[in-house]
Each structure stands twice: as structure tokens, then as C-alpha cells.
Ligand binder design. Structure first.
Ligand code: NI
Length: 155
């Protein structure tokens, strides 16, 4: 792809998700117990962040995303990660049925054969948060699902 198209595409993404580093910023001053700040800086170092502002922005964004769960209509995107034993009777059919039912928010599914019987599936989702949560709940109810993790972001 040519470079100009790349740039155009990225700026569209930045605009949509409002993460462009060149947008105007507001400066804030916060009070924190020194111990919390020390723990925060320690975790930054461990994760390899050098910019405290950037890390705080990510933490704030995660907080907002978490809150968005309570605002069902808000849109988001993410992934449902699950494991199961493919020999469990009826499980794969049930898993397919549920995904067909929620097809408006399911983008794609990736399947990995972990060993002779265990499977890992990653379902990419995009849409209303309450629908994403409903899909995760419906999958959780299927007999034989051994683990399920849901990770989401909001624009
Ligand atoms: Ni498999």
C-alpha cells in the first residue's frame, strides 16, 4: 500500500478513536498518597513505560471503559477468549449457534488446537457493550467451556 494511503488511513483511525498524539491536551494536577505514586511508578517501570502522562491516560481510559459496562448502549470492540474440550458433546454446535445469533457483533473467530482435546477460540467483537456482554454470558452458559476472558476497549 502506498504511504499516503497509510497516513490517511491512520488519521481516520486516530480521529475515530481519539488517540491522536497531536490533539490538544488539558493539563491537570492531582494529589496522591506517596505510596500509591511509588507503586504506580514501579509498575510503569516493570511494564516498560517511560511517560507517566501516557500511562495515566491509559489508566483513565481503562477506568472509562470499565464504567462503560454500566452504560449498555455505548459501543466498543474487543475479544472473547475461551477454552474448551472439543470432545464435549454438543459444545461446538452450541458455540456456533450462539455466534450465529450474535452475528451482528461477531467480526471473526480464530481457533487454535492446543493439544489432542483442548481448543482455544478467540472471537473478535465490535458493537454495543450490552450485546458483547450478553454474548459472553451466553457462551459461558455452554457446558464444557473451561475458561472465558473478555477484554474490551471503547472509542
Ligand atoms: Ni481444536
Amino acid at each position: 500500500m502506498n504511504r499516503n494511503n497509510d497516513i490517511k488511513e491512520y488519521s481516520t483511525i486516530f480521529k475515530k478513536w481519539r488517540v491522536c498524539p497531536m490533539v490538544r491536551v488539558d493539563r491537570i494536577s492531582i494529589s496522591t498518597p506517596p505510596e500509591l505514586l511509588r507503586q504506580f511508578d514501579d509498575s510503569l517501570r516493570t511494564l516498560g513505560y517511560t511517560d507517566r502522562s501516557k500511562a495515566l491516560q491509559i489508566a483513565m481510559k481503562n477506568f472509562v471503559t470499565e464504567y462503560a459496562w454500566k452504560q449498555g448502549q455505548q459501543k466498543g470492540a474487543g475479544a472473547i477468549l475461551l477454552t474448551y474440550d472439543h470432545e464435549s458433546h454438543g459444545l461446538q454446535e452450541a458455540l456456533t449457534d450462539v455466534q450465529h445469533h450474535y452475528r451482528s457483533i461477531v467480526n471473526s473467530t480464530t481457533h487454535i488446537h492446543l493439544d489432542e482435546s483442548q481448543c482455544l477460540e478467540m472471537i473478535s467483537v465490535q458493537g454495543r457493550m450490552d450485546h458483547i456482554r450478553a454474548l459472553a454470558k451466553a457462551i459461558m452458559k455452554i457446558r464444557g467451556i473451561t475458561q472465558l476472558k473478555l477484554s474490551t476497549v471503547t472509542p
